[in-house]
Design a protein around this ligand. Sequence first.
Ligand SMILES: [Zn+2]
Length: 263
Amino acid sequence: MSFLFAATRALTAVLIAFLLGGAVAVPQDSSAVPKDPPPSTKWHQEPVLEKKVAKNVSVYNHADATIVLETVAEQLQRQYDFLAKYTGGAPRWVLVHVGKDYECGFSIHAGPDPEMFLQSGSIFDSSANYAHEMMHCFMFDLGFAIPHWFNESLSDMAWFDSEIDLWKRRKEAWLGEFDRVDYRSYELLELRRKYGHDYFAKVCALFRKQQDECRRVFSDATKLDEKNDFILAVLSQAAGEDVKPLFKEWGFNPRTRERQRGY
Ligand SMILES: [Zn+2]
């Protein structure tokens, strides 16, 4: 999930100016402590039982005082380090909330730092939304209005690659379980199977290289068709050939897909 609040949009220009001023390369300075986030959701009102700051993640426990938050922060820092390498850049901080009553994991960008929200019931399970939600937090650097279908699918790819390469729980053959046309990230998974294990690291590097163009295209001022053309051009560049015929063969319709993937 990825929710952008109305207030976020108003802050977009300020945030983009902030981001353009720096803080887009992998951060080196680990001495600073992040500011607490603005209370942009009802979940921020929940009491903070404990807070743990690691090198690049700051974790807020709103759920259960018996959780050893240091263990959670260590695992999340490992996830951060992996994604920093995977995407070729990183936000200075990712703020992580742990709550009892979230319906699902989700992420927002309402203040200077991206925030993600994880359910306390599965908080020690790094396969449960760590990679997916944190990837959303990393992608805010590329703009605040990435098409929903692509944003969700790219986060799913980060989850696959984290399971295989970081947590080493799964082998490549596992991907076969998702090889069906009704799987929400079918298209990107097919590209990964066709163009190889490192394909999405290449895709992320290409987006990073064109960060200014990304922020222009992935804004509310740009129409969905232009955004999709840009995405397909980057996917083609990473593949070394035009991938548009593949999307056509799969009957991919981003407009229908935007509606189908309303989650
Ligand atoms: Zn998501």
